[in-house]
Design a protein around this ligand. Structure first.
Ligand code: ATP
Ligand code: MG
Length: 650
């Protein structure tokens, strides 16, 4: 409905009010997670429009993800403010280019680049660099970093040396590929994503008529999540502004998580140096999370090293007390996932909406085991910012190859056969240092681990059975839904919030990610990622990790180094952890304690030592696979009818 300007000021604290009602001109809100930054800019835009300071069409709000931009638009509409633009940098640039382009280049036809990897591949070939798919993806990321950092091909080697940046192949070679890629792309009259930004800036910088018209049209600029701005985006912003200063920025330097892609919190922290007359507001009240969650968030981030002056903010919780965050250590990932799924089921049964629950992990490949566990309990989910495991390109390709090999399977042990077949898809012996190749590698490794699991549970496991098992699992996954538990990477969770958040897989090598080791700046970025994760929770927060990837596998993993010192001495965790050496049963967090069940009869394995195969001692190990399948089906069906997890049936 219609709201008056006074309504728009209701429910704001004094600092938020100061930012909302500041006169037109530079405004900077520096504040921690959950303090209402996004709420403040939405209110500010609405207020400026309602008070007649600016018309809706003159406002341009930008943020970094399409989802966040959509959220801004929704919130503005809810305040009765249609017509204000809220877009990603790229979407805003694309729209402007469509409009200005003919005047900049005449009537030449330019197209958006289609098939970037193919072009990078041709460039790599010409430069004599390896053209494996993973290498190409990493090269494409490097070119994106260079363009986002405003680094030309010839300056690339010096720039990576300055930034102490690891490169997928020698810097000189990347530079060659980059140059060849640009040349081929421009010759074909194509624009890649970053060109949209570059050309928008150039059009405004070099064509005064275009700039004049643009600046007459857009007069008020707002940027959310400003801590993650890249030099290229900043240049576009500067081109939009020209000599004007009607710019509101909000951000939290502690949430800078894209510096690997060229982003930097410097423009946020140096805002007042650039605009000495700016209205600066700091928010410290956290409206999102319970004091328990806020306290943990404060502990996570206060351990950060070299925090810039503008980022030393403490959060003060405003909400009533809630449950303490829980910590749970598990033997292996499947057990961890099952425990998380069971806990989610409890929450849903107690009335929490599915859309108010999220499972957050570091790399997208981690989603598989959670997809499986949720599907088993019939809990709908959606995977955000990454594809569902069995929908991923590398997984689909690998499955096709595995099926094809079934006619004439190579000799040997199943896991070794699978490994051999997956090698051509990028499953190298050593994990790639990072980037897309690493994600791909993790997905492929997950497939080998499924083979190991099958061998451990099925004496007659062979390639066809394995291929069937994969098919079955792929089909058991829920079709995409709109209402479900969110599975997302920590990166994709930025700016969002849920009642209940599960931070999973918190082991060293994942959080922080292995390739950050030895690079202090990269480690600090990993810590900020954990901070982003913790601060997504309104009420329930559960942290967990598993000592082994596979069921019954070797427990060689350690909990994340970030967790040491976080858990207070008098917390139950610390006490139980001391005896962990001998007692390897999962500890900590009563609600999340998983129980192991025999994989054949479903009996609880408590008290009995599970055999290596995950069966109780009384169950035969050479059961016919079809019987196992029928048992599993029967259990699934019964569990649906009785509305209990499948493993409770027996
Ligand atoms: P992030 O850094 O994670 O992006 P943020 O600072 O943008 O967080 P918001 O998403 O704007 O925070 O707000 C967090 C939550 O607190 C939202 O649910 C919002 O509605 C609520 N909130 C913000 N300010 C107030 C307030 N003054 N009174 C009550 N609730 C508030
Ligand atoms: Mg926000």
């Amino acid at each position: 409905g219609e709201r008056g300007p006074t309504d728009l000021l209701a429910g704001l604290d004094p600092e938020q009010l100061a930012a909302v009602t500041a006169p037109r001109g530079p405004v900077c809100v520096l504040a921690g997670a959950g303090t209402g930054k996004t709420r403040t800019i939405v209110r500010r835009i609405a207020h400026l429009i309602h008070a007649g300071h600016v018309s809706a069409g003159q406002v341009l709000a930008v943020t970094f993800t399409a989802r966040a931009a959509g959220e801004l638009r929704t919130r503005l509409l809810a305040l009765g403010v249609p017509g204000a633009q809220a877009r990603t940098f790229h979407a805003a640039a694309l729209r402007q280019l469509r409009y200005f382009w003919p005047r900049v280049v005449g009537d030449q036809q330019w197209d958006l680049l289609d098939g970037k990897l193919r072009l990078v591949g041709q460039a790599a070939h010409r430069a004599g660099v390896g053209t494996e798919r993973e290498t190409l993806r990493d090269l494409a990321s490097e070119i994106e970093w260079a363009k986002a950092s405003l680094v030309a091909p010839e300056d690339y080697p010096a720039a990576v040396a300055r930034a102490r940046r690891e490169t997928p192949v020698a810097a000189e070679q990347v530079a060659k590929v980059y140059a060849a890629y640009e040349a081929a792309k421009n010759a074909a009259r194509q624009l890649d994503f970053d060109d949209l930004l570059l050309h928008t800036a150039a059009a405004l910088e070099e064509h005064s008529a275009v700039a004049e018209e643009f600046r007459d049209r857009y007069r008020c600029f707002v940027v959310d999540e400003y801590q993650d701005v890249t030099p290229l985006q900043q240049r576009v912003l500067d081109a939009w502004l020209g000599r004007r200063d009607d710019l509101t920025v909000v951000g939290d330097a502690n949430q800078t998580i894209y510096s690997f892609a060229g982003a930097s919190p410097r423009p946020l922290l140096d805002f007042t140096r650039r605009f000495p007359e700016a209205t600066v507001v700091r928010l410290e009240r956290d409206y999102r999370s319970t004091p328990q969650v806020v306290s943990l968030a404060n502990r996570v981030i206060s351990a950060a090293r070299d925090r810039p002056a503008g980022s030393r903010l403490r959060l003060i919780g405003q909400r009533p007390n809630g449950p303490e965050p829980t910590y749970a250590e598990h033997d292996d990932e499947p057990t961890e996932a099952k425990a998380v799924a069971a806990r989610i089921k409890d929450l849903v049964d107690a009335g929490t909406a599915l859309s108010e629950i999220a499972v957050l992990y570091r790399v997208n490949a981690q989603s598989e085991v959670y997809e499986q566990a949720l599907a088993e309990l019939d809990i709908p989910y959606l995977v955000r910012g990454g594809e569902r495991f069995f929908a991923r390109q590398e997984v689909r390709q690998a499955m096709a190859a595995l099926r094809k090999a079934c006619g004439d399977p190579p000799e040997g042990e199943l896991p070794a056969i699978v490994r051999g077949l997956l090698e051509p898809f990028g499953l190298t012996a050593e994990p790639p240092s990072g980037g897309k190749a690493r994600e791909r590698w993790e997905s492929l490794l997950a497939l080998v681990e499924l083979a190991e699991e099958l061998v451990a549970t099925d004496a007659r496991a062979d390639l066809p059975r394995y291929a069937n098992e994969l098919e079955m699992r792929a089909q058991a996954q829920h079709p995409p839904t709109v209402e479900g538990v969110t599975l997302a990477s920590l990166h994709a969770a930025k700016g969002l919030e849920w009642d209940a958040v599960f931070l999973v897989g918190l082991v060293d090598g994942t959080v922080p990610i292995q390739h950050a080791d030895g690079d202090d700046a990269a480690i600090e970025e990993e810590r900020r990622l954990l901070y982003v994760g913790v601060t997504r929770a309104r009420e329930h927060l559960a942290l967990s990790w598993a000592l082994s990837r596979t069921e019954g596998g070797k427990r060689y993993r350690r909990r994340s180094r970030f967790l040491y010192g976080l858990i207070p001495d008098n917390h139950p965790t610390a006490r139980i952890a001391a005896t962990r050496q001998r007692d390897t049963r999962p500890v900590m967090g009563r609600a999340m304690t998983p129980v192991r069940y025999c994989r054949v009869c479903g009996d609880k394995l408590i008290g009995t030592m599970p055999t290596k195969l995950g069966r109780c001692e009384s169950c035969p190990s050479d059961l016919d696979q079809s019987l196992l399948d029928r048992l599993r089906e029967w259990r699934m069906e019964r569990s649906k009818a009785l509305k209990v997890p499948a493993y409770v049936i027996f």
